[in-house]
Design a protein around this ligand. Structure first.
Ligand code: CA2
Length: 144
């Protein structure tokens, strides 16, 4: 079974407690559960993590090779728009990366329109809430 590392960045642990009009009412635990349920019939397993610390996210990305992960799904939160360190780590590990955002970052403030993560990503899914994570998992299913 292919293992997929799902990384969540700062403040995503607050999901479901504030700003439901932007991020919905689901908690991060709900999204983890959705990912686990989605992954199983697709023949994937997931390692679902969240950190508020940039260096922890960089270190988690480094684990991809040792951990035998087939790919990364990442919602880097606000670090999306600021972190060259996360971009460099993603470029270094050479596994497929899918970038996910709950909100449509292009309908929001201008500073959210640029993503460093996108430079390393095979694709980007944004604006579909938690469904974006399920869609991202489907991209790791081998066809044919
Ligand atoms: O839309 C997304 O998934 C974001 O990655 C979420 C980040 C934001 O900085 C990005 O521009 C877009 C913020 C996550 C903060 O989540 C909260 C949830 C509830 C209450 C407060 C923050």
């Amino acid at each position: 079974m292919a293992r997929i590392l799902i990384l969540n960045g700062p403040n995503l642990n607050l999901l479901g407690t504030r700003e439901p009009e932007v991020y919905g009412t689901e908690t991060l635990a709900d999204i983890q559960s959705l990912c686990e349920k989605t992954a199983q019939p697709l023949g994937l397993t997931v390692d679902f993590r969240q950190s508020n610390h940039e260096g922890d996210i960089v270190s988690a990305i480094h684990e991809v090779v040792k951990g035998g992960f087939a790919g990364i799904i990442i919602n880097a939160g606000a670090y999306t728009h600021t972190s060259v360190a996360i971009l460099d780590a993603l470029l270094a590990v050479k596994v497929p990366v899918v970038e996910v955002h709950l909100s449509n970052i292009f309908r929001r403030e201008e500073f959210r329109h640029h993503s460093f993560v996108s430079t390393a990503a095979r694709g980007v899914i944004c604006g579909f809430g938690s469904q974006g994570y399920a869609l991202a998992l489907q991209t790791f299913v081998k066809k044919g």
